[in-house]
Design a protein around this ligand. Structure first.
Ligand code: NAD
Ligand code: LMR
Length: 332
């Protein structure tokens, strides 16, 4: 029997990530090749015409799984009945703007969209925040949507996770699909800590630790880390635009694994509400290693953390605490 359609909201859908993301969702990349979807696309009035153009293209592409498209500049209409919300819309930093100016714009966007989601989304709606500062926007959304369970509000660090897999695969000349269990800890910013201490590569002789195969701790502890931390900036330098296809694809990976589950023995990175695991302060949205089953994520527990890693986990937590304080100062 055919499944009922799932309603998926994409905010900022007329932007560049939105343009890459909506066809992926309509093709079943996010929720599966047998899952019909209804797309809800939200943008702001100046982008209404472009948004309508995206809707026209979705119709023209004749996606068999796409059962409807709502394209609107009204947050209530956009949020009504959605089961999955991918929050890509936000205010970009412009010339002459300070960090606090950008934070203040985004805090007010995420505060008002939190209310629209809380009141109008389907019960148990899963939320993924992509727009930067992703962790802190997600935290604000959580604070202003108190009736949405905190486990349902996450942010995207899967792109950083996938970047780390890509770097190891290139370095070792192995298939990216054979590398697993890298971890991104912390913020989706250059303070994040890409950690390979638990990562392995599948070989004909079984799974081998990445550290053993790379056999170059100096590279793993410096260049590898900074390459992943700075990859977003490197893409902007090369494209004069920030990453879009990789961000869209990683957003699909994030939701797919959350809804359909992670493969046995594999963990992925998600920005989730900290419960104090690994001595990360509770009350931050922090990227942890997680596994997913039956539509729920759980933080992987008990991984040994060496002194080098400890410092890096703490550093990125400090940055997130500062961002949280800045965001709250914008609210008052
Ligand atoms: P973009 O500027 O091309 O698109 C953003 C869209 O959001 C625009 O169409 C804009 O009109 C819309 N928008 C602005 N305010 C809105 C509001 N209040 N409601 C709904 N829509 C609104 O930007 P992009 O390249 O698509 O990137 C989007 C965001 O994602 C940026 O904040 C970017 O920094 C971030 N990003 C995050 C990651 C990640 O891994 N977490 C990766 C890449 C980019
Ligand atoms: C990325 O990681 O590619 C983006 O978050 C970069 C950015 O600042 O938009």
């Amino acid at each position: 029997m055919a499944k009922d359609p799932v309603r998926v909201l994409v905010t900022g859908a007329a932007g560049q990530i939105g343009y890459a993301l909506v066809p992926m969702i309509a093709r079943g990349v996010m929720l599966g090749a047998d899952q019909p979807v209804i797309l809800h696309m939200l943008d702001i009035p100046p982008a209404a015409e472009a948004l309508n153009g995206v809707k026209m293209e979705l119709v023209d592409a004749a996606f068999p799984l796409l059962k409807g498209v709502v394209a609107t500049t009204d947050a209530v209409e956009a949020c009504t009945g959605v089961n999955v919300a991918v929050m890509v819309g936000g205010f970009p930093r412009k010339e002459g703007m300070e960090r606090k100016d950008v934070m203040s714009k985004n805090v007010s966007i995420y505060k008002s969209q939190a209310s629209a989601l809380e009141k109008h989304a389907a019960p148990n709606c899963k939320v993924l925040v992509v727009a930067n500062p992703a962790n802190t926007n997600a935290l604000i959304l959580k604070e202003f949507a108190p009736s949405i369970p905190e486990k349902n509000i996450t942010c995207l660090t899967r792109l950083d996770h996938n970047r780390a897999l890509g770097q190891i695969s290139e370095r070792l000349s192995v298939q990216v699909s054979d590398v697993k269990n890298v971890i991104i800890w912390g913020n989706h910013s250059s303070s994040q800590y890409p950690d390979v201490n638990h990562a392995t590569v599948t070989t004909p002789a079984g799974d081998k630790p990445v550290r053993e195969l790379v056999a170059d701790d100096a590279w793993l502890n410096s260049e590898f880390i900074s390459t992943v931390q700075q990859r977003g900036a490197a893409i902007i330098k090369a494209r004069k635009l920030s990453s879009a296809l990789s961000a869209a694809s990683s957003a699909c990976d994030h939701i797919r694994d959350w809804v359909l589950g992670t493969p046995e023995g594999t963990f992925v990175s998600m920005g989730v509400y900290s419960d104090g695991s690994y001595n990360v302060p509770a009350g931050l949205i922090y990227s942890f290693p997680v596994t997913c089953k039956n539509g729920e994520w759980s933080i992987v527990q008990g991984l040994p953390i060496d002194e080098f890693s400890r410092k890096k986990l703490d550093l990125t937590a400090e940055e997130l605490s500062e961002e949280k304080a800045l965001a709250y100062s914008c609210l008052t």
